[in-house]
Design a binder for this molecule. Structure first.
Ligand code: GRF
Length: 223
């Protein structure tokens, strides 16, 4: 059973780097393309942040590969174009990624956000958007890469886990880390309860990390 102190601490989290929202403004609106295949709560967090003017961006398109994904309804609700690409119709990962690149370019996307994208990406996608592809993963990387990261953390018995937003490179769940949030694991956590608390943090850091990545690039390109 959880103690009272653990209960009280259960919503504690630590986000690093801690950046104030005012430091995250970008000069011109970022043109985002979102790759998603699940519930789309991160998609929703990004759309809300844009709507509340916390993120200077526009979602140009949402690409999904799972026809059952709830994210489709979220895109519809926000009036954001969505495109279904079925990976099963392509001969290999490269051909699939090449179609993704074509679609992203058609919609004039600058930044690609993998928000619950469950496919391994290839050089084709990475080279088309150098250092401009962002992924969110439900663990403190480099721990617990790959699928079922929340289950992996519970099984390992770690006491703190969390989520990571990073730039994507050719290895799965690798690449420079932009931002992380730590989430304590409670004694009676099951994957669902823990994932729910991790997602609360995901929705914060995905927004800040997009702005952080973009503002870093702007500094680099203007120096
Ligand atoms: C998130 O936990 C994310 O870290 C992982 O997939 C999940 C997507 O959730 N890559 P949602 O579809 O954004 O709700």
């Amino acid at each position: 059973m959880e103690t009272e102190t653990q209960k009280n601490n259960s919503h504690y989290s630590l986000i690093s780097p801690a950046i104030s929202e005012s430091k995250l403004s970008t000069y011109s609106p970022l043109k985002l393309g979102i790759l998603a295949s699940g519930s789309g709560s991160n998609f929703e967090a990004i759309a809300k942040a844009i709507n509340n003017q916390k993120l200077n961006a526009q979602i140009q398109v949402m690409i999904y590969n799972n026809p059952e994904a709830k994210v489709i309804f979220r895109a519809e609700k926000w009036g954001i174009p969505s495109v279904f690409l079925n990976h099963r119709e392509y001969k290999n990962r490269e051909k699939f990624d090449s179609q993704i690149v074509t679609t992203l370019q058609e919609y004039d996307v600058e930044w690609v956000i993998m928000a619950g994208w469950m496919r391994i990406v290839t050089k084709i996608l990475i080279d088309a958007f150098p250092n401009q592809i962002i992924n969110i993963h439900p663990s403190l990387l480099p721990s617990f890469k790959g699928i079922k990261a929340v289950e992996q953390a519970l099984k390992a018995g770690v006491k703190i886990t969390g989520c990571t937003v990073h730039l994507v490179d050719i290895e799965v769940d690798n690449g420079p880390i932009l931002m992380q949030a730590a989430v304590p694991i409670l004694l009676d956590d099951i994957p669902e309860t823990l994932h729910e608390r991790i997602q609360v943090q995901e929705h914060k850091i995905i927004v800040s990390a997009i702005a952080l990545a973009a503002s870093r690039n702007q500094v680099l390109s203007s120096s």
